[in-house]
Ligand binder design. Structure first.
Ligand SMILES: [Zn+2]
Length: 212
């Protein structure tokens, strides 16, 4: 999806064509024709493009605008007529009424980390999830280790965990009966399975707190 050289070229050709057909049109008309083209293209590529590409395209578009101005000015680009300082930016292609050309680099670049559609934190693709885990602060290491050890299965009901299940860490031998808080005494259960187990394993559960 990264814009190839060819896509950049096609886009610039479109900009050039609009500029070409507005040789004698008012600057405002040219700007209002170009802005949606620039915005649309920039938004489309905003998740994959680099800042450098946007800047490069802006420069190339700017060259074409200079040529446009030079033609109208019979060799003089009339900088003060077509370009203004807006805020802290020099050389904004804009009218005196504040109609301003959008820059590609005005579009923020957004990075999405895509999760493969079928992978869930609880499936058996451990390598994938151990790589992802650092980006999932809500999946504590303890839970991730237990999922791996249990091969994604809840020992109480024997079913696989799914990404929407609520899971809890259980002490196999309840701490209230002397069970230790060590890995070999821990298991991951569905919350509802945990409730069932806790009701029958002789552990005491104080009201209002989740007993593991
Ligand atoms: Zn279960």
């Amino acid at each position: 999806m990264t814009p190839s050289k060819a896509k950049v070229k096609t886009h610039l050709a479109k900009i050039a064509e609009v500029i070409d057909t507005h040789k004698t049109a008012p600057q405002a008309a040219l700007i209002s024709k170009l802005n949606p083209i620039i915005r649309g293209w920039s938004n489309y590529y905003s998740t994959v493009v680099s800042k450098e590409t946007f800047s490069k395209v802006d420069h190339l578009a700017y060259d074409k605008l200079r040529a446009w101005a030079r033609t109208r000015g019979k060799g003089n680009i009339n900088k003060d007529k077509y370009w203004r300082t807006v805020g802290d930016r020099n050389w904004c292609f804009s009218t005196e009424n504040g109609i301003e050309l959008t820059r590609h680099s005005d579009t923020p670049i957004v990075r999405h980390i895509k999760v493969k559609g079928v992978a869930s934190p609880f499936d058996r693709n451990w390598t994938y999830w151990s790589k992802r885990r650092g980006e999932y602060p809500e999946t504590p290491n303890r839970v991730a280790s237990l999922i791996k050890r249990q091969k994604g299965i809840c020992p109480h009901c024997g079913l696989y965990f799914t990404s929407t299940d609520i899971v809890e860490v259980d002490h196999i031998k309840p701490t209230s009966l002397g069970g230790k808080d060590t890995y070999d005494n821990l298991q991951l259960l569905h919350r509802h399975c945990h409730d069932t187990k806790t009701a029958t394993d002789g552990s005491t559960r104080s009201k209002g707190s989740v007993k593991t």
